[in-house]
Design a protein. Structure first.
Length: 163
């Protein structure tokens, strides 16, 4: 027989499990935002040391990823599924990556990447394309979450129903 005290602890454990599951719904955003954050941090540090005014681009992206991190942490306490900052950030990140690809193709690589050579243009464009693809996938995932159409929500609902 379960005592009333252990029953309350069990209910608290179930509640904590559901809270964690809802928070983990956004796990991919947290990990990939951290990757973008450190990539942009590295980029801004190098550009700031090269006396190029273009350091403002990665600095803006750095601030944006910081705002995404704050929004994502708030999801632990709020079960709202809106992601306005996250979705805007990834749209802007993808757009800037696209503009950077265009600038590299037009021979303006040194304005944004003075630490790279012309031989690295192909690799650079590849990395920027990967950034666009990741941003697009996260944008789509954000759309699914905002419209309650993500698969993870189905798992959460099944778990909640089994409690």
């Amino acid at each position: 027989m379960v005592s009333p005290k252990s029953s309350k602890q069990l209910d608290g454990g179930k509640k904590l499990s559901l809270t964690s599951m809802y928070f983990n719904r956004y796990l991919v955003f947290r990990y990939l935002t951290a990757i973008f954050f450190f990539t942009n941090l590295y980029w801004v540090v190098i550009l700031a040391g090269s006396n190029k005014f273009t350091w403002i681009i990665p600095a803006g992206l750095l601030l944006g990823s910081g705002a995404v991190m704050v929004e994502q942490v708030s999801k632990y306490w709020k079960r709202q599924n809106d992601l306005p900052i996250t979705r805007w950030y990834y749209l802007i990140q993808a757009s800037i990556n696209l503009l950077l690809i265009v600038s590299v193709t037009l021979g303006q690589r040194s304005a944004f990447y003075p630490f790279l050579t012309d031989q690295s243009n192909g690799l650079l464009i590849g990395f920027l394309l990967v950034g666009i693809i990741i941003s697009a996938l996260l944008e789509y995932r954000g759309y699914l979450i905002e419209h309650n159409r993500d698969r993870y929500l189905t798992h959460i609902k099944k778990f909640a129903a089994s409690l």
